[in-house]
Design a binder for this molecule. Structure first.
Ligand SMILES: [Ca+2]
Length: 298
């Protein structure tokens, strides 16, 4: 519901019918709220190296979740009613290795793959407003189980995982479109903790969407903005804002070249990081490209 309202507001704003500000404007440069981020400046980052723009061999997909399964394989969730799926992609050429379509009653959202104690894998996939979490067999992508999302999580938006390097314990991090990030035990699917994200003015950073851990920091797409928030996962403090508007521009040019449909929902959404190879991939909803970038120093 929030997404559709946002789209309507965006439309009204574009045509000058509604003159309001719906999200924080960046770069963030005003004074720091001392309660939230003492002596801390939120960095604004717009420079990175674009290594590759990889054309998609299938889709376009309304990307809602993206993660590495292993160095050679990506798991991706696609949304929209009647078009949702969970699929594996070749991480080099983006061809579809395996795909399962969701029933028309489900709108796929954030996804993540978790290794089970018996060595098998499970893919978790959130649904938008259905209140369900789909558990897929990591080898076959057949539905193993469907569970209820915790009641506190209003809508399913983004998901990623964090593995404790000492204990091996896995925690899922989940967003619901608010400024909250829910930390969930994948075995019980109960909320263990909740982070609330604020900018340096003490304003809530809302519309947090697709997530990824990159070198120990939690990266979060802000829906509709083409910005990624870099968050300290232990405190919820916002460390940096990365401006990826140029990637959206490049995706838009490619869409025009291919005579495909472009609309205001075609925003950045999809971050995947592979720690061992240091590969960092970004994509967006209905984008015909996936971008591999290098961004050091944060
Ligand atoms: Ca991700």
């Amino acid at each position: 519901m929030i997404k559709w309202l946002f789209t309507i507001v965006l439309f009204l704003q574009v045509f000058g019918i509604l003159n309001i500000t719906t999200q924080t404007q960046y770069p963030l440069n005003s004074k720091i709220n001392e309660d939230i981020a003492p002596q801390r400046q939120v960095k604004y980052i717009s420079h990175y190296t674009l290594l590759r723009a990889i054309p998609r061999k299938s889709g376009p997909f309304f990307v809602e979740g993206l993660s590495f399964k292993d160095a050679n394989t990506l798991v991706e969730s696609a949304g929209l009613y009647g078009e949702s799926s969970i699929h594996y992609l070749d991480a080099d050429d983006l061809s579809v290795i395996k795909q399962t379509d969701l029933g028309p009653e489900f709108f796929g959202e954030g996804c993540e793959i978790v290794k089970n104690k018996d060595g098998t894998e499970t893919v978790f996939q959130l649904t938008y407003q259905e209140g369900k979490v789909l558990l897929w067999d990591g080898e076959t992508l057949e539905l193993k189980q469907m569970i209820d999302a915790p009641i506190d999580i209003d809508e399913g938006w983004g998901m990623t995982k964090r593995i404790d390097k000492e204990t091996g314990d896995v925690r899922l991090y989940i967003t619901d479109g608010s400024n909250k990030v829910y930390i969930v035990d994948p075995e019980t699917f109960e909320i263990i903790n909740t982070l609330e994200i604020y900018d340096e003015n003490g304003e809530e950073v809302t519309n947090l969407n697709e997530l990824e851990f990159v070198r120990g920091k939690l990266w979060a797409n802000v829906f509709g903005s083409n910005y990624v928030m870099v968050i300290d996962p232990d405190t919820g403090i916002l460390d940096a804002v990365i401006d990826f508007r140029k990637l959206q521009k490049q995706a838009k040019q490619e869409v025009k070249k291919l005579n495909q449909r472009w609309n205001s929902n075609s925003v950045l959404n999809g971050i995947a990081y592979h720690e061992e190879t240091d590969r960092l991939l970004l994509t967006g909803k209905m984008w015909p490209l996936m971008f591999e970038i290098s961004l050091q120093g944060i």
